[in-house]
Design a protein. Structure first.
Length: 542
């Protein structure tokens, strides 16, 4: 039996490793974080993207040494021309187009906009590398916007995958070595085999390691090590593999099933990323459970040694002493736990869902986070918002009434909300006879349906509460300046993603509620007593 189990697991692990090595990808496609069906705010944003053809906006911030200030415009033009020649770029708005529009577009004179239809890591890499040759020595380039975040997040996940799982295995393995001795080798080997099977399964069904599925990897490690360690200790207590597995199988199954319910509840989410997280985590949990029962017993059968037994006895004595103190001083114990519950309730009341962008994935000193802070400090905003303007007839881009309405809107914005620079459709007459310049500018402001045009503004990074308030103020102001002739609508990636925050909160509440019920039922059945089950559930509630 031992030989069959080891041979079977070796074959499965080798096959999974080969599949993972040859087919597994690490990427974070934007489609993961979409809601089905789309909320109205995201539908408006999708419509705006179709109208103007720029799925994402890349912000390129330039800084040249002070003694080379006169070279800024020439350097920016050279960089802009390089960007225009790249196959990934749909349209560019930079110094050359803005030279004739400085009075109208002054706040943007030191920033380049690039609308990218399809963002590729190779483009960002080329831009960073080749900009060194185009810019004066000592210059800095800061890339922000969703394309830069997407590429940086992919790289962050790739870098983390190579060492965080190994660090987790090593750290947990060292702890187990101190507590269960040589049997920790069996536990870590079991989890490593289960992790390889999980990665092979992701590769087999073409699901990448992303911000959604990456969480399943450390979850599999932590839970799997716990399961395997319990099996190893049970075998040592009973003196045999069969008896140990029989002893631990039932409590391990209860633990597995309740955790499975908690994670499985996220499969009901309308957010695809959470569904992938739930499926990957449940698969990892299942692999960990079955590998602990079918592999750990056959990997090592020796004793754990004297030191681990002494360490466990020491921990047991500490626990018994704490219990005795609690029993002898019941009033103090009750007072301590009342204080703990008050602290917990204060903490719960202060919980907030933060933040509202991918920047939460990055350390504060990461290049992408630094770029956003730098652009915010220099220009007052780094997150683009769009104000769609729809007219009852004609070409919106060319109409003075539209520019007047948008101008009134932005004059109101300056007194109501915290925003950075704004970019309005320019009067056509300011372009003179330069048809090429007009065509270039028109691509930014003329929708496929010519009754639509837009203005753009930038807001700084802010908390979700502040973002909700700013978006609410802007939407209210847009409504004030709308009528049957010209209607204004505020949209963008930020307002389109805010509804997801509420979905996440409501889903977590439902998941916790379902889990609480399942855990109480499981504990009542396990203890065969309603009172006993409620008592056992109390620590879980706390």
């Amino acid at each position: 039996m031992r030989v069959v189990a080891l041979v079977g697991w070796t074959a499965v692990a080798c096959a999974a490793a080969w599949i993972a090595f040859s087919r597994l990808t690490v990427q974070n496609p934007r489609g993961l974080w979409t809601v089905s069906p789309d909320p109205p705010a995201r539908q408006v944003w999708t419509f705006a993207q179709r109208q103007f053809g720029d799925r994402d906006i890349l912000l390129v911030g330039l800084k040249v040494p002070e003694n080379r200030g006169l070279t800024l415009e020439s350097a920016a033009v050279a960089l802009q021309r390089w960007i225009q020649d790249q196959p990934e770029v749909a349209q560019v708005l930079g110094f050359e187009q803005l030279r004739a529009l400085r009075r109208q577009l002054g706040p943007f004179r030191r920033r380049l906009f690039s609308g990218l239809l399809e963002v590729k890591a190779s483009f960002i890499a080329r831009l960073r590398h080749e900009s060194r040759e185009l810019l004066p020595p000592g210059s800095d380039i800061h890339l922000a916007g969703q394309p830069a975040i997407d590429v940086a997040l992919d790289q962050l996940l790739s870098d983390d995958l190579g060492h965080t799982v190994l660090i987790a295995l090593a750290a947990v393995g060292l702890t187990l070595l101190l507590l269960i001795g040589r049997r920790s080798v069996a536990a870590v080997a079991t989890v490593a085999a289960g992790l390889i099977v999980l990665l092979g399964g992701l590769a087999l069904v073409r699901v990448p390691v992303s911000s959604a599925t990456a969480v399943a990897l450390p979850l599999t490690v932590v839970v799997g090590v716990s399961y395997a360690a319990h099996v190893a200790l049970a075998i040592e207590r009973t003196g045999g593999s069969r008896a140990g597995v029989q002893e631990i199988r039932a409590p391990l199954a209860w633990s597995y099933l309740t955790t499975l319910v908690a994670l499985g509840s996220f499969t009901l989410s309308p957010i695809r990323a959470l569904r992938l997280f739930a499926v990957a985590s449940c698969v990892g949990l299942t692999v960990a459970f079955f590998s602990a029962l079918t592999l750990t017993p056959f990997l090592w059968s020796g004793q754990s040694g004297d030191w681990p037994r002494r360490a466990r006895r020491l921990l047991t004595r500490c626990g018994v002493r704490i219990f005795r103190l609690a029993v002898r001083n019941r009033k103090t114990t009750i007072g301590i736990w009342v204080g703990v519950m008050i602290v917990i309730m204060v903490g719960v009341l202060r919980v907030r869902v933060e933040p509202n962008s991918y920047l939460s994935f990055f350390p504060r000193d990461h290049a992408i986070a630094h770029a956003y802070r730098t652009i915010d400090a220099a220009f007052g905003g780094s997150i683009p918002l769009h104000v769609l303007a729809r007219v009852d007839s004609g070409v919106a881009y060319r109409q003075d009434r539209v520019r007047a309405r948008l101008g009134a809107f932005f004059r109101g914005v300056n007194g109501e909300a915290r925003i950075g620079p704004a970019l309005l459709p320019p009067p056509v007459r300011t372009l003179g006879d330069d048809g090429g310049l007009e065509a270039s500018i028109a691509r930014w402001f003329r929708g496929r349906d010519e009754r639509y045009t837009r203005a753009m503004l930038a807001v700084p990074i802010m908390s979700t509460a502040e973002a909700r308030q700013v978006i609410h103020d802007l939407e209210a102001l847009a409504l004030v300046h709308s009528d049957e002739e010209v209607s204004l609508t505020v949209t963008g990636l930020l307002p389109a993603s805010l509804p997801m925050q509420q979905l996440l909160v409501s889903l977590m509440i439902k998941s916790l509620g379902l889990l609480s019920v399942v855990v109480v039922v499981a504990l009542v059945l396990a203890s065969r007593s309603l009172r006993g089950g409620l008592v056992l559930a109390t620590p879980n509630v706390v």
